[in-house]
Design a protein around this ligand. Structure first.
Ligand code: FAD
Length: 472
């Protein structure tokens, strides 16, 4: 795995104008966009059938001011509001120009995918994630990313764009020096039987996500997340970053990641966050709350992980459950027996194994906060939602890592940047391979930021790569 520097141009038996590594949302959307602009495209995918993070995700994509929102009666969302929400969640510590471009392009991307490629998206109006000043989310029917990736892969195939499956890109061939130093000539690919192939290209798009599946890289960059349960795709081995380091690319925010603070244990399926937004909360093995759960599901992962036994219990009620069940992963958790029903705080205490008096006090305190009495020690505003009503629903939970957010620095044309800020001649990156919008840590992740990046950088990288190969 690395970069082979070439003194002169290599000859390749096989070539593509635009070569794309990875067939997730970013790679498939980049392929569709480049193909529309007349480029000849080839996608390389390490899995026999694409099953990356896009297919594991909740399939929810933020966009502002879409025709779908207007049709649903939401008239006051704007790209500016989405931009401000991204900046606020990241405390301003992300790339402002990229955040601006993505927020501005998101409505166009969603409408294009829905209109032209029949992506099954509709607005999520039944609840709002923390940090979203408007309901920005557009989701697939079961709020499940596999529903999106299936349609994207079918669209790619219908357009006649080849996806080479079981093809792991291992090495990049790049110009060694001169004005074109770092120009990508092609890629070496390894097949499952060990055979290697070399494929040339005029432009390369890295759409092979981050390094969540690589424990060595996690230990180096995000040691606190190494022993979190990993909910993402194991094929995310950080290849884009490894190649970027070898090429001298600028790499940023490597300590950043998206966590999830409510993954049912031992089942390994995440609860929908409506279990929190609708007035639910988390308690530890003593029956005490320990955080503002509604700050965001990403930062809640480490807060849960720091509790005794690295677990906690999520408590919610039928109102939150009705919304939560619309999400695939939550329905799976429910079906697998992770969610239990209890008539009283005493019964929940028995299941947790904590002092009933402590849990009863916690339940009463939250009821009082929801009724507008007192101030939460953790700064959460419970008064926006009605108090929970028995019977309660409860699940034992752990914190999880879903994907990393650090990566290759790109400019607003999706070109990978060198350390000195100049772009490589024909190298583009998007989705989880690129630096995300979350700033340096886990607290900056605005819900939906992963697919927001993957879909928009995918379209923009595909357009830019096609433009490059068609003029040069
Ligand atoms: C459980 C879970 C829930 C999530 N829910 C949401 C959500 O609701 N909304 C949201 O915005 N985000 C969500 N995310 C994050 C989101 O899924 C990702 O940010 C997004 O899918 C990234 O898309 P991508 O195309 O960059 O990567 P992927 O979809 O992971 O695609 C990358 C592809 O590259 C391939 N690949 C990797 N290395 C190589 C190589 N060397 N050669 C060839 N192929 C290679 C992989 O096999 C993979 O198919 C969730 C993530 C998880 C894990």
């Amino acid at each position: 795995m690395g970069v082979v520097l070439e003194g002169k141009s290599k000859t390749f038996a096989t070539r593509a104008e635009v070569l794309i590594i990875g067939a997730g949302a970013c790679g498939t959307i980049a392929a569709l966009a480049a193909n529309e602009r007349g480029a000849e495209v080839l996608i390389l995918e390490r899995d026999a059938k694409p099953t990356g993070n896009t297919s594991l995700s909740g399939g929810q994509i933020p966009a502002a001011g879409t025709r779908l929102q207007h049709a649903a009666g939401l008239l006051d969302d704007t790209p500016e509001l989405l931009h401000q929400d991204i900046l606020a969640k990241a405390h301003g510590e992300c790339d402002h120009a990229i955040a601006r471009r993505i927020a501005d392009e998101a409505a166009k991307t969603v409408e294009w995918l829905v209109d032209r490629y029949k992506l099954p998206l509709s607005c999520v109006l039944d609840f709002q994630y923390p940090g979203h000043s408007r309901p920005h989310m557009h989701a697939s029917p079961s709020r499940y990313g596999a529903e999106l990736l299936t349609v994207l892969v079918a669209a790619v195939e219908a357009e006649g764009i080849p996806i080479a499956g079981s093809a792991t890109a291992t090495d990049l061939f790049a110009d060694a020096e001169g004005k074109s130093a770092g120009r990508i000539q092609g890629v070496r690919v390894k097949r499952p039987d060990g055979a290697a192939e070399e494929i040339g290209c005029d432009a390369l798009i890295l759409a092979c996500n981050g390094f969540g599946g690589n424990k060595t890289m996690l230990a180096r960059h995000i040691p606190e997340a190494v022993d979190l349960f990993y909910e993402g795709h194991t094929g995310n081995q950080g290849d884009a970053v490894i190649w970027g380091e070898a090429l001298g690319a600028s790499i940023k925010d490597m300590g950043s990641f998206q966590g999830h603070g409510a993954v049912a244990t031992p089942h390994g399926m995440h609860l929908a966050w409506a279990t929190v937004t609708e007035g639910g909360y988390h308690v530890n093995a003593e029956g005490r709350r320990f955080s503002n759960e509604n700050a965001g599901y990403s930062e809640q992962a480490l807060k849960v992980h720091k509790q005794a036994g690295k677990v906690a219990w999520a408590i919610w009620d039928a109102r939150g459950e009705e919304i939560a069940l619309r999400q695939h992963s939550h329905a799976l958790a429910q079906e697998s027996g992770a969610v239990k029903r209890y008539d009283s705080a005493g019964a929940m205490a028995k299941a947790i194994g904590c002092d009933a008096k402590v849990l009863e006090r916690t339940v009463r305190e939250v009821e009082a906060l929801a009724a507008g009495k007192g101030k939460d020690a953790f700064g959460r505003d419970f008064a926006r939602k009605p108090p929970l009503k028995a019977p309660y629903l409860m699940a034992k939970i752990m914190g999880a890592l879903t994907h990393t957010q650090g990566g290759l620095e790109i400019d607003t044309a999706m070109r990978v940047l060198r350390k000195d800020g100049t772009p490589f001649p024909n190298l583009f990156a998007g989705g989880g391979a690129a630096r995300g919008l979350s700033g340096p840590a886990d607290w900056g992740y605005l819900s939906g930021s992963g697919l927001l990046m993957a879909t928009n950088t995918g379209r923009l990288a595909g357009e830019a790569a096609a433009k490059l190969v068609k003029v040069s």
